[in-house]
Ligand binder design. Structure first.
Ligand code: SAM
Ligand code: SF4
Length: 317
């Protein structure tokens, strides 16, 4: 569906849970989130109904996210249902990867097309520090499991944080030499746990090009990432610049939170409830939410945090 600013909104991200087995410092609080009662969180039936209504309106791509979607009981069955919705052409998951050893094959068989796997460092101590609970070996084994299950187009999400992992830029780019994957550097955002990070932690993706000048631009973008490649490499490098370069004019997304609120814009606290609506009504509400997408957002930097009003684990990124 075309919104009021001529953008084709064809992508919905669905957060299926606020819970997570990690506690990344830039995302959620150390104590985690209180588990809510079942009735406060969308049931799988509600999620499927919302996705069907969205598909009627022209949504073609779904991304399952969270929290950590793979801690959600029944996630494989949910993916199977979402993948079979008429009109849905692509079903993706964003995951921290630590449970993929158990799930990758089943997810592939259920019809999941692509995986984005979050990984901010290749150093075990730093991984434990940034995730507060995680084990690097599990995340790396998850990436291998995704390849073994036959996934292609795997993307590694790296939140670029000055003073924490900018010294690993070359190592992450090197991962693309022999493996057909895309390493995506994402600028740290002042949202969720990222609010309150020091100004020097917020660095531009420009640093990637300065550190690895041999990266060649492929003169293409997939809507959020500008794509580069090392000469002769199998994989690619994507730069996602929510801070240093606004991409509102190519924004094609809406986001559904685990408690059933539709967010027309990530950085606004405007939310529209989808709870308790029948199929026709759902379509009307989603249509009006798409028409509420703002043309652009307010300034975003260390002194001007996001106005999303929720932590990232509640929105899904
Ligand atoms: N648990 C899954 C994961 O980590 O991939 C999915 C949910 S997580 C909220 C989705 C993405 O948001 C991850 O790639 C994470 O790194 C990113 N993210 C979370 N907080 C962020 C922040 N403050 N700035 C930039 N990216 C952030
Ligand atoms: Fe969990 Fe993902 Fe947030 Fe890390 S970024 S705490 S893995 S939801």
């Amino acid at each position: 569906m075309i919104d009021n600013y001529g953008r084709n909104i064809d992508y919905m991200r669905i957060s299926v849970t606020e819970l997570c087995n990690l506690r990344c410092r830039y995302c959620m609080p150390e104590e985690g989130v209180a588990k809510r009662s079942h009735k406060d969180i969308m049931s799988f039936e509600e999620i499927v109904s919302a996705a069907e209504a969205a598909a009627h309106l022209g949504i073609r791509k779904l991304r399952i996210t969270g929290g950590e979607p793979l801690v959600c009981r029944g996630i494989v069955a949910l993916c199977r249902e979402l993948a079979s919705i008429e009109g849905i052409e692509e079903l993706c998951i964003t995951t921290n990867g630590t449970l993929l050893v158990d799930f990758a094959r089943e997810l592939r068989e259920a019809g999941v097309d692509r995986l984005n796997i979050s990984l901010d460092t290749l150093n075990p101590e730093k991984y434990r520090y940034i995730t507060r609970l995680g084990n690097l070996d599990e995340a790396l084994a998850g990436i291998d499991a995704a390849f073994e299950a036959g996934f292609t187009g795997i993307k590694i999400n790296n939140v670029l944080t000055g003073g924490f992992n900018d010294d690993e830029i070359e190592d992450f780019v090197a991962l693309t030499r022999d493996r057909d994957l895309e390493v995506r550097f994402i600028e740290l955002m002042p949202i969720g746990g990222g609010i309150g990070f020091d100004p020097e932690n917020f660095i531009s993706c420009r640093h990637v090009l300065e550190r690895v000048p041999e990266l060649e631009s492929l003169e293409m973008s997939d809507g959020v990432a500008n794509i580069y490649r090392l000469p002769g490499a199998k994989g690619r490098v994507g730069l996602i610049r929510p801070i240093s370069c606004e991409f509102c004019d190519s924004c094609n997304k809406i986001r559904l939170t685990a408690d059933g609120m539709l967010k027309p814009c990530l950085h606004s606290d405007r939310e529209i409830s989808l709870r308790g609506k029948g199929p026709g009504e759902l379509e009307d509400v989603i249509r009006s939410a798409i028409l509420e997408k703002p043309e652009t957002r307010s300034r975003l930097d260390a002194d001007n945090p996001s106005r999303a009003g929720r932590d990232m684990n509640m929105i899904g990124g």
